[in-house]
Design a protein around this ligand. Structure first.
Ligand SMILES: Nc1ncnc2c1ncn2[C@@H]1O[C@H](COP(=O)(O)OP(=O)(O)O)[C@@H](O)[C@H]1O
Ligand SMILES: [Mg+2]
Length: 241
């Protein structure tokens, strides 16, 4: 049985601790807080951490079955994961199937417009800089991340995860509009999927009504935030539990 060790770091959605007697693992607690627009907007609801942990756990198990390497070791409590400790790559890998969010804003495109093919983008993970978009050339020339060979691997991993997630959500009548992934390297130098996949990090639209069941409800004060996260979990449990 794993035990929580010393406190390491508190992020916007999770708290990290050491795991006693296991230097290669970390203890991850999902928090009830919600943030948007680089933490300018803050909120929370009770059980949000629990719901995101459960949703993310179903998804990470599903991806493991699809031969995608993830950091998940064990769900030790409904709201707590033990994961592999990784050397995190400071990039957010965003994959888009349909136009929404910053892409709609940047190009004045209608929300929901289908892209010709899935688009992979990189954002530099920095709270101070508000996670700016970066091109592969910028990553290289500004020396933002030294191991450049991984960029093409990140792209193909992003696309592979996209195909798996699209079919995962299709079975529960949700369209996957876009999502964000984070990766890290393990001690063998392999790229491993980390962090979480939840309504915080995905845009999910009901296939029939088009209603969204994701963090945009909080971002844009659409109401029914808690109900929407619960609905996603309920649909997953009906099909995948
Ligand atoms: N397996 C892992 N090993 C080390 N760090 C991780 C791992 N998985 C996620 N992290 C990091 O944990 C931190 C806390 O998560 P979170 O609260 O979501 O942070 P943020 O405020 O950056 O969104 C993030 O910096 C994330 O990159
Ligand atoms: Mg986060």
């Amino acid at each position: 049985m794993y035990q929580r060790g010393d406190f390491l770091y508190e992020g916007k959605a999770k708290k990290l601790y050491k795991v006693q007697s296991f230097d290669d693992l970390i203890w991850v607690e999902f928090k009830d807080s919600l943030t948007a627009f680089n933490a300018e907007k803050k909120g929370q609801f009770s059980d949000k951490g629990l719901i995101n942990s459960k949703i993310s756990h179903y998804i990470f198990n599903y991806l493991t079955e699809q031969n995608i390497k993830t950091h998940l070791v064990e769900l030790v409590e409904p709201q707590v994961w033990v994961t592999k400790k990784l050397d995190m790559i400071p990039l957010e890998v965003v994959v888009r199937n349909q136009v929404a969010g910053s892409l709609a804003k940047k190009f004045h495109l209608p929300k929901g417009k289908k892209l010709k093919k899935p688009l992979v983008e990189f954002y530099y993970k920095s709270d101070e800089l508000q996670d700016p978009f970066v091109s592969a050339e910028q990553i290289e020339c500004l020396d933002l991340y030294s191991n450049l060979e991984i960029l093409s691997d990140l792209k193909s991993l992003g696309l592979k995860v996209n195909e798996s997630l699209k079919s995962f959500f299709k079975k529960i009548d949700l369209d996957l509009i876009d999502f964000k992934l984070e990766f890290g390297c393990n001690d063998k130098g392999e790229i491993v999927l980390a962090d979480e996949i939840s309504p915080d990090s995905c845009r999910l639209w009901d296939s029939k009504s088009g209603d969204n069941l994701d963090k945009d409800r909080f971002r844009y004060d659409q109401g029914k935030v808690e109900e929407s996260y619960k609905e996603v979990l309920n649909r997953i449990e009906r099909v995948y539990a």
